[in-house]
Design a protein around this ligand. Sequence first.
Ligand code: HPA
Length: 332
Amino acid sequence: MATMVDVARRAGVSVATVSHVLNETRPVRPATRDAVRAAIDELGYTHNTLARSLVTSRTHSIGLAVSAISNPYFTEILQGVESSALERGYSLLIADPHDDPEHELKAVRLLHERRVDGVIVAPSARPDALLGHLGRYGIPAVFLDRLVDAGHDQVCAENEEPVARLVGHLAESGHTRIGLVAGLPGLSTTTERVAGYRAGLARAALPYDPGLIVGGNSHAEGAEAATHRLLGLPEPPTALVTGNNTMTIGALGALRAAGLAVPGDIALAGFDDFSWADLFEPRLTAIAQPGRDIGATALRLLLDRLAEPDRAPRTVRLPCTFVHRSSCGCGN
Ligand code: HPA
């Protein structure tokens, strides 16, 4: 197997120069860099980054723990983290804790044991054990999507204002009984979206009826059952807001089972856009989150933290987009 010495000999440079090209530790003249890269290709040399890690105690790997990786929203986040990481010379180790605090702790412990340089986590609704572990071992961490507290680096989308806007839009079309299918209790996204629902009602001078908020637990089955409960009220809502993409699917299933047409019999607008939300009837009026940007920002925050461990923690909020289609039934 070719060694660094072989590469240096073939390129006519020192071993130190080969090392600087491989590790980007010092600028190297373009012609020299090209000669080293050509020699690497010709000899089939592969760089052993583990050797470098022993010296620098950095592995250039990042742990990513995000629940529901199959959810298109989280897949976009993952793509954002991954492409930014690749650009900066980092690789990813990925875990899916399924929103289970014990699983989350175990996943992060294993990532730490693999000596990742830091972790990016979408925390569960009960992240206390995780936070304790990260603090105890001084593991650099960034939280995304769900916020913990301002003492940590974190990034998420705006939640409150976009939901208030959906509610306001439905109210402008004349709806006075608007139901909310809400997410898992304890997640900051759920709390903020519920706050947005209440702010939207208040702005439209509509009364708040707690009976019109039902818990869908952030997943499709929960939302289906929650929507059936709303439809069973003595005075059911004439419009629905759903708290995320999977709950929109659950709500649509329940409405279909009840023989209700959207938006003819009941209007619907939801958080999260889907790539196919424009293709099927009803075309979904939705809030699109900047998933890729959230992922890329999380990676940037983590690398900034690694470069400057004592910097002040930052919370970054990114704007969403209102995607107006036809399920809201406003006719425009
Ligand atoms: N948080 C924010 N948006 C989402 C989620 C979530 O957990 N699931 C689907 N969209």
